[in-house]
Design a protein around this ligand. Structure first.
Ligand code: GDP
Ligand code: GDP
Length: 468
């Protein structure tokens, strides 16, 4: 059993402070991170009474989280005054400041003022663009680059989107502990990333987070048992995950893999819910926690609309996906079946072109040995960073070969491209009137990126920014 809550004294835990102007969603983020452990909120002596404090666990490490939202009312009567007063003492002691902005309303003078002040405090800052649900949100979030605090992390605290990424990003920035690191990753600052420096591998240390999803009876439980049967297993209640999820660890030759939301997998349909509806809602929960998602199909049944629906969710959430064709033992014409399924996926899910496919029998175990290596490869693609030089040489060639169309008789100029982040690979194209760049031209660029830089199967995000 992996043990649950911190044995270290609270004072020894790293401190993460949530700051930002009122109403950007600080309390909502706090609640997301602290979750049901809010019950453990400490009335720490010597701390202002209404400071909201809780604990969370990120990648196995307990942290203290302080929400500065509650202090605004009591402070001096200007907005800046209130923000400053509520944050000054908290920020001074912070190991990390989550500086939050509202991606929907865009940057305000108060955000800029606060960002300037924060930069001078010399504490590590993670810029969080909240309320960034959906793709529009992610684009709006990119505006926050201009704050000079590095690349913004787009999340939606209210919808739970990006919360697992937020936890990873926090874990990456914590001061070192006495515990040996699981995996040493060199990384550059987010400022350098924002400037489009050539990147090293920045994947976070710790286990790869994997979810198994699919329609009822596809064979998910059988697969889970098969994987567990062949692997060393450690189970235990893991704080920091959703309420009733159980952390199950597998190990392959590259390290630990954590299966997320296995409880959702075992949950059986309630009478008032149809099986089909439930498979989708359970999948949503699981894939939000995951980095890689195995979508299990019953290969004897081919591709069902429900499978496509789940695949689209995976794409929308920006996760990487491995398509598992289960019950391969019961398939008669294997070559034809594989081709038919692949064709259906490629035509129905153009956004996931090149998705890796593995066929096996969870029941007999035949072919199962290819599954985890395929998961690892998909994860590598999802984490990939393209060198800026090569990216821009490619971009010039693409634009030259096929210039963007005229809009109202004037040429739309595309200037350059940069990879803003990985996980999933996200690119920003700068130019004039980019908001009018037609969809098919965007697809031309995305398909080109996929082919040229070998990014099969992974969601690719293309954001457009106007530059003068
Ligand atoms: P605080 O003043 O910074 O602590 O902000 P709150 O956490 O109280 O949130 C302010 C408002 O924004 C509330 O109405 C929240 O429901 C809303 N909100 C918080 N997070 C999100 C989000 O991710 N998306 C959207 N659309 N609204 C959010
Ligand atoms: P879940 O609802 O997705 O968790 O599916 P289960 O794991 O409960 O499996 C549903 C049914 O499919 C069970 O009767 C399994 O025995 C059967 N099944 C699972 N995997 C295989 C397989 O690889 N081959 C065959 N022939 N049957 C399988």
């Amino acid at each position: 059993m992996s043990s649950s809550f911190p044995s270290a004294p609270v004072d020894a835990l790293p401190v993460v402070v949530i700051a930002g102007r009122p109403n950007v969603g600080k309390s909502t983020i706090f609640n997301r991170l602290v979750g049901r452990r809010q019950a453990l909120v400490a009335d720490t002596p010597g701390v202002t009474r209404d400071r909201k404090e809780g604990q969370a666990v990120v990648r196995g490490r307990a942290i203290r989280i302080i929400d500065t939202a509650g202090l605004e009312e009591a402070a001096p009567d200007t907005l800046y005054g209130r923000m400053r007063a509520s944050s000054e003492s908290a920020v001074a002691d912070a190991d990390l400041v989550l500086f939050c902005i509202d991606a929907r309303s865009g940057l305000t003078p108060a955000d800029e003022h606060f960002a300037n002040w924060l930069r001078r405090q010399g504490r590590p800052v993670l810029l969080v663009a909240n309320k960034a649900e959906g793709r529009q949100g992610a684009a709006a979030a990119m505006e926050a680059f201009s704050l000079g605090l590095g690349a913004p992390l787009a999340i939606s605290a209210e919808h739970g989107e990006g919360v697992a990424d937020l936890m990873s990003e926090i874990a990456d920035r914590l001061p070192p502990t006495d515990l040996p690191p699981v995996h040493k990753a060199t990384r550059r600052t987010r400022r350098e990333q924002a400037e489009g420096e050539e990147e090293e591998d920045i994947r976070p240390p710790g286990p790869l987070r994997l979810a198994i999803v699919g329609r009822p009876n596809a064979g998910k439980s059988t697969l889970l048992n098969r994987l567990l049967g062949e692997e060393r297993m450690i189970t235990g209640p893991e704080p920091g995950l959703t309420r009733d999820s159980i952390a199950v660890m597998l190990h392959d030759d590259q390290g630990p893999i954590q299966l997320v939301d296995t409880a959702g997998l075992r949950r059986k349909a309630r009478i008032d819910e149809t099986l089909e509806k439930m498979s989708v809602s359970a999948s949503i929960e699981a894939l939000k926690m995951a980095e890689v998602v195995i979508l299990v199909l019953d290969a004897t049944l081919g591709v069902h609309e429900q499978d496509l629906q789940i695949a689209r969710l995976i794409e929308r959430e920006g996760r990487c996906c491995v398509l598992a064709l289960n019950k391969w033992d019961a398939v008669e014409d294997r070559a034809a079946t594989r081709q038919a399924i692949k064709d259906r996926i490629e035509t129905s899910l153009a956004q996931m072109r090149g998705i890796p496919v593995v066929a096996f029998s969870a029941m007999t175990g035949a072919g199962i040995n290819k599954l985890l290596p395929t998961v690892r490869r998909a994860y590598d693609v999802w984490n990939r960073r393209v060198a800026t030089g090569a990216l821009n040489r490619w971009f010039e060639m693409m634009v030259e070969r096929h210039p963007p169309p005229l809009v109202d008789g004037r040429r739309l100029k595309l200037r350059y491209i940069t990879q803003a982040k990985a996980r999933p690979p996200t690119f920003i194209v700068f130019g004039t009137r980019t908001d009018q760049l037609p969809e098919d031209y965007q697809r031309y660029l995305v398909n080109g990126l996929r082919e040229t830089f070998d990014l099969p199967g992974t969601p690719i995000r293309l954001l457009l920014r106007a530059s003068s």
